[in-house]
Design a protein around this ligand. Structure first.
Ligand code: GLN
Length: 510
């Protein structure tokens, strides 16, 4: 663990330390880089460039000396390798893009850089973000810092592992079907996937464009506020991005203000800070497949919320199980279209020997894409093909609407937020499901619905289970909100974290 991040474990304490000159951005970056190097076994980072990082850190220090520093100036951050970055390689965890260096920064990268964050490098992930365990990376699996024989979760596995090991303060991730929430849950850190459209997708290497959304991971919910606030907002380069956020429209700092407003509201009722909050608990999230240790930790968290004044309401999301077939038709369909651009002609891997153009494209794709990506492309091409489009793709789109309607009915009639597990079990051993490539897909049952509906969701640490070797492995509580209700989600998670200390544990310290 970085000494600085151990000494200043929250964003606020780190901001104060930087502002008061207790440490410089350069010292902090050097300390983090040392730890990244020492913890290479985690395989969390796929590209580190000391010179590029230190140049950003020196710029942060110069800006502080000049009196132009902002709240995030000097904060160390790292990006999932699906965000393109100028200077660093951008691989999406794939041999297809092994040596690709983007000529521009993704909007998320650009905004955080403008705010003064210092980029520590690029993080391991499943190839093109396809996976739930970070096992499908061309650069080998990332490892869970709590037990290195286990997966960190995916696809943003490097992002969660790096924060859990406190190699860096915060990381970006992407969530197409759970990839911010799942690894955050399995690594014991806090992560948020905002409403679809809240954060620009420009420069995010595409997987399933109607589902992909950028998110952020940090130790605690309160840490996420300033980061999400900086990342979000309308971007002319992404037509699906929006400025809208409940209650505050077109106002800079809208999530911050929502968060503050919501926090002030809850804090004003000091003894019962969550009084009146209606928490919907879907019966479908607690059926067959949920491991007893995860079920018990979620139940304990719900009891804690009740003690804090919230009210538990039983709800039903009847199409929950159908989110798996719906998602695994729609996401591969979009992926097969998005990934058709990797033809060996313009950029990406090109095979060394071929006979003609078709042969060159075929060989380049066969060599560049790993097995999971090829599987998804095959599924996607099949469901979009003539004769099957109506039977699979259109049916899946109809289901998608019904799944979104289920959430809307719950919010309209019964509850303010929804809570449940993120994953059915704690982290699994690496290589566990090798014989059945689709077994992992089932573990996405609690996360996919939000992406199909476009809703925001979080994962916050809420307990521990055990690995086969007896090591503690974290469990995450999922908090789901209505559209653009990120402020409320963050405030609720913050209240929970004021009352509990699960988020304060870091790997190796329980
Ligand atoms: N596990 C899901 C998949 O493999 C979700 C991945 C993601 O959110 N990027 O498609």
């Amino acid at each position: 663990m970085s000494v600085a991040l151990r000494t200043f474990p929250t964003l606020t304490s780190l901001q104060t330390a930087l502002a008061q000159g207790q440490l410089s951005a350069t010292e902090l970056a050097q300390d983090c880089l040392k730890q990244i190097h020492a913890q290479q076994a985690l395989n969390a980072f796929v590209h580190v460039d000391t010179e590029l990082t230190l140049a950003q850190a020196r710029a942060a220090d110069a800006s502080r000396a000049a009196g132009t520093a902002g709240p995030l100036t000097g904060i160390p951050i790292a990006h999932k390798d699906v965000f393109v970055t100028q200077g660093w390689r951008s691989t999406a965890g794939s041999n297809m893009l092994k040596n690709y260096v983007s000529p521009f920064d993704a909007t998320v990268v650009h905004k955080l850089l403008e705010a003064g964050c210092v980029n520590l490098g690029k993080l391991n992930c499943d190839e093109f973000a396809m996976g739930s365990g970070n096992e499908h990376s061309a650069f080998g699996p990332a490892r869970n810092p709590w037990d290195q024989r286990c997966v960190p979760g995916g696809s943003s596995g490097g992002s969660a592992a790096a924060v859990a090991a406190r190699l860096v303060f915060a990381t970006t991730g992407t969530d197409t079907g759970g990839s911010v929430r799942q690894p955050a849950a399995l690594c014991g850190v806090s992560g948020i996937k905002p409403t679809y459209g809240a954060v620009s997708r420009y420069g995010m290497i595409a997987y399933g464009s109607s589902l992909d959304q950028a998110g952020v991971i940090a130790p605690a919910a309160a840490d996420l506020v300033a980061l999400l606030d900086t990342m979000s907002g309308f971007d002319v380069r992404d037509a699906t991005s929006t400025e809208q956020c409940r209650g505050v429209t077109n106002a800079p700092g809208r999530i911050q203000s929502e968060f503050k407003k919501a926090s002030a509201h809850y804090l004003s009722q000091a003894t019962l800070p969550l009084k009146g909050l209606r928490i919907g608990v879907p019966s479908e999230y607690f059926g067959v497949g949920l491991s007893p240790e995860v079920g018990a930790a979620i139940e304990a968290a719900l009891v804690q919320f009740e003690q804090l004044g919230a009210q538990r309401v039983s709800i039903s999301l009847p199409r929950t199980r159908l989110s798996i077939p719906a998602y695994y038709v729609i996401a591969p369909a979009e992926a097969s279209s998005n990934l058709s651009r990797y033809d060996g002609v313009r950029y990406g891997h090109r095979t060394s020997s071929y006979t003609d153009l078709a042969d060159m494209t075929g060989r380049s794709r066969a060599e560049g894409f790993g097995p999971e990506v090829q599987r998804r492309i095959l599924v996607g091409t099949y469901v979009l093909s003539h004769g099957y489009y109506d039977a699979y793709y259109l049916q899946a789109q109809r289901l998608r609407r019904m799944i979104a309607d289920d959430f809307q009915a719950a919010f309209a009639q019964k509850c303010d937020v929804i809570m449940g597990p993120v994953t059915p079990t704690v982290a699994k051993p690496i290589g566990g499901n090798q014989d059945d490539p689709t077994a992992d897909w089932l573990a996405d049952v609690y996360t996919l619905g939000l992406n199909l509906a476009g809703l925001p969701g979080m994962s916050v640490p809420c307990g521990f289970g055990k690995s086969a070797a007896g090591n503690p492995l974290p469990i995450g509580l999922q908090i789901i909100g209505d559209y653009f209700d990120e402020g409320r989600l963050l405030a609720i998670a913050h209240q929970y974290q004021l009352a509990t200390d699960w988020h304060q544990h870091s790997a190796g310290q329980v």
